[in-house]
Design a protein. Structure first.
Length: 232
């Protein structure tokens, strides 16, 4: 990512977005705003609570943006209560076909496209020249809006829609989850503050796709966070 003194971070409090926020600080950037979106997702309450704690820990401004009209899309199991989120044996993170099927279930129409455009508007208004989402190469295989290609294309579009030519940059876009955990461990991320789960509960469920990927990544990186999972 090109140097930028002032940045806006998309902070869902998940593994990827949290590590990017900490890495931005390490690189000397001023986070003028950490944005968390409430779009009716099942984990909204815990994401908001966790993001607020992380922002306070980093001493950066935090804002929750409510997007209630996401419910009109009526598509994703993350938004629609009568649709089941794939869990347990329904999720096979090393099976490309199964991963594609589970991705369809939790896909939210144009979510990251909308998020980046909102963040870019805040960035322009606050004099920031970059927005930083939490993308990774592992999930980009089934979620194309996590890919570097999407990020670079978004930057091209923002060149026309923002007067200060806001760019999109991400420190983890080339990394798999295990490498992101290692990076975060080196940055001293307080893992108990993050929320990588698709659900709101007392602990990370350990069964949804996001939890399963996180579980494997922490184990592979030899970082013990077993106590944070409900089912390990």
């Amino acid at each position: 990512m090109k140097p930028a003194k002032k940045v806006v971070v998309l902070l869902s409090a998940g593994l990827d977005s949290t590590v990017n926020a900490f890495d931005a600080v390490k690189h000397g950037h001023e986070i003028v705003l950490a944005l968390t979106f409430n779009y009716g997702q099942r984990a909204a309450q815990k994401e908001i609570e966790s993001a607020a704690k992380l922002a306070a820990h980093l001493k950066v401004p935090h804002k929750v943006v409510d997007l209630p009209w996401f419910k009109d899309f009526n598509k994703s199991s993350l938004l629609v209560e009568d649709q089941a989120v794939p869990v347990g044996a329904q999720v096979e993170i090393d099976n490309a076909q199964k991963s594609a099927e589970s991705a369809k279930s939790v896909w939210v129409p144009n979510r990251n496209g909308i998020f980046l455009n909102i963040a870019a508007a805040y960035a322009e208004a606050l004099g920031a020249t970059a927005v930083i989402p939490g993308f990774n190469v592992e999930e980009a295989a089934t979620f194309p809006d996590n890919s570097k290609e999407f990020m670079d294309t978004a930057t091209k579009a923002l060149h026309y829609s923002t007067s200060n030519h806001v760019t999109v940059g991400c420190y983890t876009v080339h990394l798999k989850k295990t490498d992101i955990v290692r990076l975060g461990h080196g940055l001293k991320v307080p893992w108990e503050m993050i929320w990588p789960c698709y659900f709101s509960g007392e602990q990370w469920c350990g069964q949804c796709e996001s939890c399963q990927r996180s579980k494997r990544a922490f184990a592979s990186a030899n970082v013990d966070v077993k106590h944070l999972f409900k089912d390990y």
